[in-house]
Design a protein around this ligand. Sequence first.
Ligand SMILES: NC(=O)c1ccc[n+]([C@@H]2O[C@H](COP(=O)([O-])OP(=O)(O)OC[C@H]3O[C@@H](n4cnc5c(N)ncnc54)[C@H](OP(=O)(O)O)[C@@H]3O)[C@@H](O)[C@H]2O)c1
Length: 346
Amino acid sequence: MTIPAEMMALLLKGDGYATVPSGSVLEAMDPYVEFGRIGVPQPDEGQVLIKVSLASINPSDVMFIKGLYGQPRAKGRPAGFEGVGVVAAGNGPLAASLIGRRVAFATGTSNWGAWAEYAVADARGVIPLIDGVSDIDGAAMIVNPLTALAMFDIVREAGEKAFVLTAGASQLCKLMMGVAREEGFRPIAIVRRDDQESLLVESGAAHVLNASAADFKSRLKAVFGAEKPRIFLDAVTGPLASTVFHTMGKGARWIIYGRLDPADTVIREPGQFIFQDKKIEGFWLTQWMRSADPASRAARVLEAQQRFADGRWKTDVTATVPLDAAVSRVADELAKPNGKVFITPG
Ligand SMILES: NC(=O)c1ccc[n+]([C@@H]2O[C@H](COP(=O)([O-])OP(=O)(O)OC[C@H]3O[C@@H](n4cnc5c(N)ncnc54)[C@H](OP(=O)(O)O)[C@@H]3O)[C@@H](O)[C@H]2O)c1
């Protein structure tokens, strides 16, 4: 494969972290990235250079380009945490052995992101794809699928069949509910639109509650009274999560893995920590990747691929946007519910 000297990419305008807080909604791309030309990077020891076929846009990318993610921005470098492509070059024995392979990749802290013609990733973290996994599924193979499987392990280990999910119509929750249904678990999905109810029942939800409905609090109480969930997997936070956690019974564990509502998150009754053995925790895939034992991590990676290849999982797509149209189009596409937005370089 001939590698050019330069490439086109969506380059970060900001550096480090934001000094002014803003929400998780992407109002426009223009304040945060620009379409521009940059030299194709050389991979460092242990890294691969990937010719990108397709890159995904996750809520973590939005938080990152705005300077609100748990990792600083490098001004002038390409953004984008996840994608699929073909390994074009590798530095070191493992990396070199991957040349020519189609892989799912996460760019991690390489500072050479996936919203570009070429990206750089750690060779140990890329996933050579099995036949039957499409590029769309490959481009969304790591961040959500591995988080879904890792967090469902927490639910399984906790033992209760019922568990609670906010942002219930997210791609991640739909993946997790598919696994839950196969194993007889009973997800209680909380959303903010009535029209998502049938979609989520189809995805495996036992109950779907609309947080913006007038009777939300009474339905929440009734469903929790009947199902007695202990695990609360929360991507929203803010007043909604406060209400949900407050309503849960003894021994409830609130596991925060997203921050979609920037509003303050109030603990209504701290006494519940004393007398009801309630707990608050966090989950971050990056930390799980570092700490999970290699055998169970490898098993989860294979399981994710098999689920996409045999059709048990699918990626819902809102739009695939060319790299050179991303600055003008992405914000409008992201505002549409029920699917993911992808960027294609060619
Ligand atoms: N901690 C980790 O390691 C980790 C890993 C992967 C993902 N995540 C998090 O998981 C979450 C889901 O990711 P995804 O890619 O699956 O998302 P997605 O498919 O883009 O869907 C986002 C969902 O969030 C809902 N939402 C957005 N803002 C909201 C708000 N203010 N209040 C209530 N609901 C809101 C949307 O509701 P509508 O349908 O009504 O628009 C949509 O259903 C994100 O927060 C992401 O950061 C965390």
